[in-house]
Ligand binder design. Structure first.
Ligand code: NAD
Length: 478
């Protein structure tokens, strides 16, 4: 079903994010018939291009970033015809009057700030000064949303000067993933899980986001950030919230976001001995973390594992272990719920007993599997094995299931529909920083160095110990 007609202005429309994710995503929605014929996408950036130049640039981006089976020359032409471009200077007045004439007042207006956060204030102010935005316009902002509580508050304040909270869409693309939304459906649309979704029945939860790539050309930027700021404070925190939150009374944006906020506020401070930070060594090509950093003594972590406790009735005593890192042996994102063992095995210890495990995979092969214990077939007595009940979407739902839209596609369409459920609210972001800041300040003031780990491994040995000492083990990174 097509969404309402819209004018979507992409500030930074010539940048990496716009070319790699936003515009290819919009093309795929166009192909799916979701973009109305009179909707328009207006690129606005520093480059001195015209409509034709921008269309050529985006044609190349589609060639590069959209899969072969989705590239139809006629459809691409029709899509590009809905693209426009106007040069603009976020920090000056050039280009704004032209933009004001271009943007229509009688359709949904969305402004995507695909530029660095230092320009957010300039854009927000000028959108009003030049009477382009109105009380219903939407703005979309990207990560990083601050680097600590103070800077996040400052960003929120600068946006709040010009826009109401209901107009601000803070993107965390992990929330746009199909499986993440399915986590909510599995929890709240089945009778099976929710009654046992608590510390009484769940032993612990593991959340892993493992990457095989290193920091590469982004080393300078990353070195000022690190895994805690770049991944834990936002992406893994959001996954933790959706796993741990109480059932909202409905699926309205604020009902869901209120529940997520309560989880963040219930997080215990994390003790230094519950955190392992790592930095990857050189591989055979001498490609190390340090090789990409401007600082040969850098103490920034490219890996982090931590044990997080939630102090509320549902979760007290059930830790959430989070880990994320670069240059690991596999690319894998998953939330894994480890249930407790049965209180007493009637089959005896020798039969072997296995606890149930529910794995929610974000990538690869979006889907879920639940491991259940059954009898090993055959006459050899009562021996138990655990087998997966597999729900890979592609297998379970056929081609429809395999055609999972990219997170950006879904989120941009949600902006046009005016649905903020999958976007972070300002107070959520601030609460997450309020929890993160003391952790980072702790290791900074102590001068803690990350421990080295070899590329292509599961990360530092110390991270294994973090679970071993609790009598648990990490799932294998594949
Ligand atoms: P980029 O450097 O590739 O592009 C920046 C864009 O901003 C260009 O189009 C440039 O013309 C425009 N711009 C810069 N200064 C301007 C000015 N004064 N006036 C008007 N336009 C100006 O950056 P990017 O990688 O596309 O990232 C954009 C934002 O998205 C950043 O905040 C980044 O942190 C965030 N982000 C990027 C990615 C990614 O994969 N690239 C992922 C997540 C978040």
């Amino acid at each position: 079903i097509p969404v309402e007609s819209f004018d979507l202005v992409i500030f930074g429309g010539t940048g990496d994010l716009a070319r790699r994710k936003v515009l290819p995503g919009l093309y795929r929605r166009f192909l799916a018939g979701q973009m109305p014929e009179d909707a328009r996408i207006i690129g606005a950036a520093r480059s001195d291009l015209d409509d034709t130049g921008f269309r050529d640039m985006i044609r190349e981006a589609i060639d590069e970033f959209v899969s072969d089976d989705k590239r139809d020359p006629k459809v691409i032409d029709a899509f590009l015809a809905q693209l426009h471009y106007t040069p603009i200077d976020a920090k000056g007045e050039d280009g704004w009057d032209t933009l004001a004439k271009l943007v229509r007042k009688d359709v949904v207006q969305a402004f995507y700030f695909s530029v660095g956060p230092s320009l957010f204030g300039d854009l927000a102010t000028r959108l009003h000064k030049h009477k382009i935005a109105n009380a219903e316009s939407r703005i979309v902002v990207e990560k990083p949303f601050g680097r600590d509580l103070e800077s996040a508050k400052a960003l929120n304040a600068v946006l709040a000067d010009s826009f109401d909270e209901h107009q601000i869409y803070r993107i965390d693309h992990y929330l746009g993933k199909e499986t993440v939304q399915n986590l909510m459906v599995v929890r709240f649309a089945n009778m099976l899980f929710e009654p046992i979704w608590n510390a009484q029945y769940i032993d612990h939860v593991q959340i892993t986001v493992a990457e095989t790539v290193g920091v590469g050309g982004r080393g300078g930027y990353y070195d000022k950030s690190g895994a805690m700021r770049d991944m834990i404070q936002n992406h893994l925190m959001q996954l933790l919230c959706l796993t741990a939150m109480e059932p909202p009374s409905d699926f309205e944006p604020d009902a869901v976001r209120d529940e997520k906020l309560k989880v963040i506020r219930a997080l215990d401070p994390v003790k230094p001995d519950s955190i392992v930070r790592g930095q990857y060594n050189a591989d055979e090509d001498q490609d190390s973390y340090i090789a990409h950093s401007e600082n040969p003594e850098s103490k920034t972590e490219s890996y982090i594992a931590m044990k997080v406790d939630i102090s509320n009735w549902r979760w007290k005593g059930t830790p959430f272990y989070l880990r994320t890192g670069k240059r690991l042996k596999g690319r894998m994102s998953e939330i894994v719920v480890h249930f407790k063992e049965v209180p007493h095995s009637i089959f005896g210890e020798e039969a072997g007993s296995k606890a149930n495990v529910l794995a929610i995979r974000l990538q690869p092969d979006e889907g879920m599997d639940l491991r259940v214990t059954i009898k090993e077939p055959g006459p050899g007595g009562m021996r138990l094995v655990d087998v997966p009940l597999d729900m890979t979407f592609a297998d379970a739902l056929g081609p429809e299931g395999a055609d999972v839209p990219d997170a950006y596609e879904r989120l941009i369409m949600d902006v046009i529909r005016g649905n903020q459920t999958l976007f972070m609210r300002g107070d959520e972001v601030e609460a997450a920083w309020a929890w993160t800041d003391p952790i980072i300040n702790g290791w900074t003031s102590r001068g803690d160095k990350p421990v080295p780990y070899d590329p292509g491994t599961s990360g530092p040995e110390d991270a294994l110990m973090l679970l071993h000492r609790d009598g648990r083990r990490w799932r294998e990174i594949k």
